[in-house]
Design a protein around this ligand. Structure first.
Ligand SMILES: Cc1cc2nc3c(=O)[nH]c(=O)nc-3n(C[C@H](O)[C@H](O)[C@H](O)COP(=O)(O)OP(=O)(O)OC[C@H]3O[C@@H](n4cnc5c(N)ncnc54)[C@H](O)[C@@H]3O)c2cc1C
Length: 487
C-alpha cells in the first residue's frame, strides 16, 4: 500500500520536536501536525539532565543550546524556620553521559532549536494550525484526519505509524481508548515567572523548596535574569484572589520588591501524577505528557518525554526500514514505564515533604552525612524488562560517552542500528551487525574492562543491549539481533 509518510507525529512540543529530529536522522519521512499557530513563548520546564543533553547532542543542538544554559547547582529543602531538611546537590562533574548532571534552560530556546534543526530535513513536513480530529488504526497502516484551522480545510494522510506527542490532554490517548492510572498526587500551584530588573538582587543560586504545611513553595534560579516562584494554592482558593496585586507582592516581599523584578507571567497549573495504562495500540503510540504526568518537583516531566523519544525513535526506524516487529515495539512501554514510574514516585514523595506530610526519606538514595545533614543522591532508575537478558549484568546500563585515542567521540559513530564493540579478532563481514574492534577505536579496551566483558552490543539510544565473555560472536549477535528483528 502506498504511504504518504513513514510516521505522523501529533504535537510539536519538546517531545514531538525531539522525536521528529531523531526519526529524521534515521532518514524517515515524517509529517508533524501541530494545532497551534506558533510555539508557546513562555517557559514551563526549566530543568533537564545529562541524559537528555546527550540526546540533544545526537540531534546536533547541544553546542548552540549550551550557550543559553546554566549549570544547576542543586536543590535544598528548608523547613518553616529555614532549617535544612534535605540537600540534593548536583556537583559540577562531567557524568558518564559526557555532560553536567543538571542544567537550567528556557523552554522556548529549546523548542526553537528543535524546530530550526528540523528545517534541514527534506523528508520532514511540519504543519502548524493543523488539529488532528480523527485517526484510523489498521493492521498494516494508519490514517490521520486533520483540519487546517487557518484556511478551514480538512485533509487526511496514510502512514505506517502515528505517534501522539500531544500533551497532557492527549487526543491520541483518547483515540487509543487507554485510561490514565491516577498515581495519587493532585494539587493546584501558582507559577510566577519573574525577570530581574537589575543584576544586584540577592537571591539564592540554587532551587529552594520551602516545606510548609500551610503554604509550600518553590524558588527556581533560572537562566539569565529569569527567576520563578511556584506556590501551592489552598483548597478553594481562587487564582483571582491569590493573584490579587497586593496579596501577591506581600507574599513575594520576603524575597523581592516590584522595584527589583517584573512579572513576566502568572498562571495556575494542577500538578498531577498519572500514567497511561497502554502506551501503544497497534500502530499508534504515546510519548511524553501524553503517556505520563508528574508533579514538577524533580524537573523530570519533559526529561521523561525526551527519554521516551530516544527509546522509541530507533525502534520505529528499524520497523519502517526492515519490517514491523511486535517484539521490538512492545519493548517501548515495558522498558520506559517502570523508569518513569520511579521518577514520578520520587517526585510525589518530594511533594509530601514540601507539604510537610512526609519524612525526608524521599528515595532510597537519601543518607545522613557525618555532620548530621541529610543528603540525597540523584536517582537513575533502570530500564524495565524489555530487550536483552535480564541476567546479563550489563544489560540496560548506559554506555559512557567517550573520546577514543584518535580524539573521535564514540557517540558520533552510532548510527540508527545497534553496534558491536569487542576486544576480539572478528570477521566483520560474517557478523550481521556494524562491528568495531579495539584497533578501530583505540582506548575502547578500558571501557570493556570497566564492564568486565570482552564484547558489548550497544543500542542507538546508548544503552547496552547485551555483553559476553564468550568467543562465539556469530551465535551471540544472531541471538541478540533475532530478538530485535523478530517479526
Ligand atoms: C510549572 C511546570 C514546571 C515544569 N518544570 C519542568 C522541568 O523543570 N523539567 C522537566 O523536565 N519538565 C518540567 N515540566 C513538565 C514539562 O513542561 C512537560 O512535561 C513538557 O512540556 C511536555 O512536553 P510534551 O511535548 O510531551 O507536551 P506539550 O508541551 O504539552 O506539547 C503538546 C503539543 O501537542 C499539541 N496538540 C495537542 N493536541 C493536538 C491535536 N489534536 N492536534 C495537533 N496538535 C495537538 C499542543 O498544541 C502542543 O503543542 C514542568 C511543567 C510545569 C507545568
Amino acid at each position: 500500500m502506498q504511504m504518504d509518510f513513514d510516521v505522523v507525529i501529533v504535537g510539536l512540543g519538546p517531545t514531538g520536536g525531539t522525536l521528529a529530529n531523531l526519526l529524521a536522522i534515521n532518514n524517515l519521512s515524517i509529517l508533524i501536525l501541530e494545532k497551534e499557530a506558533s510555539l508557546y513563548d513562555l517557559p514551563r520546564a526549566v530543568h533537564f539532565d545529562d541524559e537528555v543533553m546527550r540526546v540533544f547532542q545526537t540531534i546536533g543542538i547541544s553546542d548552540s543550546l549550551s550557550k543559553k544554559l546554566i549549570i544547576n547547582k542543586g536543590t535544598k529543602f528548608l523547613d518553616e524556620n529555614g532549617k535544612l531538611l534535605l540537600d540534593w546537590p548536583r556537583p559540577k562533574i562531567i557524568t558518564e553521559n559526557g555532560w553536567y548532571p543538571s542544567y537550567r534552560f528556557h523552554q522556548p530556546d529549546l523548542e526553537r532549536s528543535l524546530r530550526y534543526k528540523l528545517k534541514k530535513f527534506d523528508k520532514v513536513v511540519s504543519l502548524q494550525n493543523c488539529e488532528v480530529f480523527k485517526t484510523v488504526n489498521k493492521k498494516n497502516f494508519t490514517e490521520v484526519h486533520y483540519k487546517n484551522t487557518k484556511i478551514n480545510k480538512i485533509n487526511s494522510v496514510k502512514s505506517k505509524y502515528i505517534i501522539g506527542c500531544d500533551g497532557a490532554n492527549s487526543f491520541i490517548r483518547n483515540e487509543m481508548k487507554t485510561e490514565l492510572e491516577n498515581l495519587g498526587f493532585e494539587q493546584r500551584w501558582a507559577v510566577i515567572d519573574l525577570i530581574l530588573k537589575t543584576k544586584n538582587v540577592n537571591l539564592p543560586d540554587r532551587t529552594i523548596q520551602y516545606c510548609n504545611a500551610k503554604r509550600p513553595a518553590t524558588y527556581c534560579r533560572n537562566v539569565g535574569r529569569r527567576r520563578r516562584w511556584e506556590i501551592a494554592l489552598k483548597d478553594n482558593e481562587s487564582s483571582i484572589t491569590f493573584f490579587d496585586e497586593k496579596r501577591l507582592w506581600k507574599f513575594l516581599s520576603k524575597w523581592v520588591s516590584p522595584n527589583e523584578v517584573e512579572i513576566e507571567r502568572k498562571t495556575v497549573y494542577t500538578f498531577q501524577s498519572a500514567i497511561a495504562k497502554s502506551w501503544r495500540e497497534g500502530r499508534m503510540f504515546l510519548v511524553g505528557d501524553a503517556a505520563h504526568l508528574t508533579p514538577p518537583f524533580m524537573g523530570q516531566g519533559m526529561c521523561a518525554g525526551i527519554r521516551d523519544a530516544s527509546n522509541l525513535a530507533w525502534k520505529i526506524s528499524i520497523c519502517c526500514k526492515k519490517g514491523h516487529s511486535e517484539n521490538l515495539l512492545n519493548s517501548y512501554q515495558s522498558e520506559r514505564s517502570s523508569n518513569v514510574r520511579d521518577y514520578i514516585n520520587t517526585a510525589m514523595k518530594m511533594g509530601e515533604l514540601l507539604n510537610s506530610i512526609g519524612g525526608s526519606k524521599v528515595s532510597d538514595t537519601v543518607f545522613v552525612q557525618p555532620d548530621g545533614t541529610i543528603k540525597m543522591n540523584t536517582i537513575k532508575p533502570q530500564l524495565g524488562k524489555g530487550l536483552g537478558e535480564c541476567e546479563d549484568i550489563n544489560r540496560g546500563k548506559i554506555f559512557p560517552s567517550f573520546k577514543s585515542d584518535f580524539g573521535r567521540d564514540i557517540d558520533n559513530i552510532f548510527a540508527c542500528d545497534p553496534i558491536l564493540i569487542t576486544n576480539k579478532k572478528i570477521n566483520k563481514k560474517e557478523l550481521r551487525i556494524k562491528s568495531y574492534d579495539c584497533s578501530d577505536i583505540p582506548g575502547m579496551e578500558v571501557i570493556l574492562k570497566k564492564f568486565k566483558t570482552n564484547t558489548l552490543i550497544i543500542r542507538p539510544d546508548r544503552f547496552i543491549l547485551a555483553s559476553t565473555q564468550k568467543n562465539d560472536l556469530l551465535k551471540f549477535t544472531n541471538t541478540c539481533l533475532n530478538e530485535i528483528y523478530s517479526l
